[in-house]
Ligand binder design. Structure first.
Ligand code: DX5
Ligand code: ZN
Length: 218
């Protein structure tokens, strides 16, 4: 089963409730929330109070992507803000194993993400402990960037690594996904597709989300 995970980074920040409702009304079950700290990535997005307010309007899974240094400092806070999935970057902490364990102890699903320059092999020691692997297919920090083609090979490698470990978990891809390239992402192994600028597009938002969902039905 393939899921669409619209990234609200591309939504209208003055109308987040409206935009979230719009995609949920056409059947979207996941909402991707990007948190940036201006350190790990060269941009600042939203923080805890906004995430907490969004929770009230998300009927399905709130998937929080932390692009912050030392995410271990804020795990309890994001639990309290209502995150269902909490994804941290391998590059952002010295203690990835402890961080993943703590996310689980707090009762959330734990995801691990790698930047475009980090090899899939770096995931080997943690693959059995996570519920989701996120392959960044752009350099994190901004929406609307171009998909990096080598990400397809990385998706295939993650899929093979998980097959070998007999693990059937979420393989998420984030950055530059469009209606035109999404089938290649699915073919490479992705089953949770983040899409920001190709979903949130004013009047066209509902139709865009619908088109992705139709395509996933086959
Ligand atoms: C980028 C974020 C993404 C971003 C994707 O750093 O993690 O979630 O919103 O945006 P698009 O789909 O426009 O590339
Ligand atoms: Zn993201």
């Amino acid at each position: 089963m393939i899921h669409l995970d619209p990234s609200i980074l591309a939504a209208d920040f003055a109308n987040l409730e409206r935009d979230i409702r719009c995609v949920q009304e056409v059947g979207v079950e996941y909402i991707h929330v990007d948190v940036m700290d201006g350190q790990f990535v060269p941009n600042i997005s939203i923080g805890l109070p906004v995430v907490k307010s969004l929770r009230k309007h998300i009927t399905g899974v709130m998937d929080v992507h932390l692009m912050i240094e030392e995410p271990e400092r804020f795990l309890e806070d994001f639990k309290e803000a209502g995150a269902d999935i909490l994804t941290v970057h391998l590059e952002a902490t010295h203690h990835i194993h402890r961080t993943i364990q703590r996310i689980h102890d707090l009762g959330m699903k734990a995801g691990i993400s790698i930047n475009p320059g980090t090899p899939v092999s770096a995931l080997e020691a943690i693959i059995n402990d996570v519920d989701l692997v996120l392959i960044m297919s752009v350099n994190p920090g901004f929406g609307g960037q171009k998909f990096i083609p080598y990400s397809l090979e990385k998706l295939r490698q993650v899929k093979a690594m998980l097959n070998k470990a007999r693990r059937d978990i979420l393989i998420q891809v984030d950055g530059g996904a469009t209606l035109d390239n999404v089938q290649t992402l699915i073919d490479a192994g992705a089953n949770l597709i983040v899409a920001g600028s190709s979903v949130f597009e004013g009047e066209k938002t509902a139709a865009n989300a619908k088109a992705f969902l139709e395509l996933f039905k086959g």
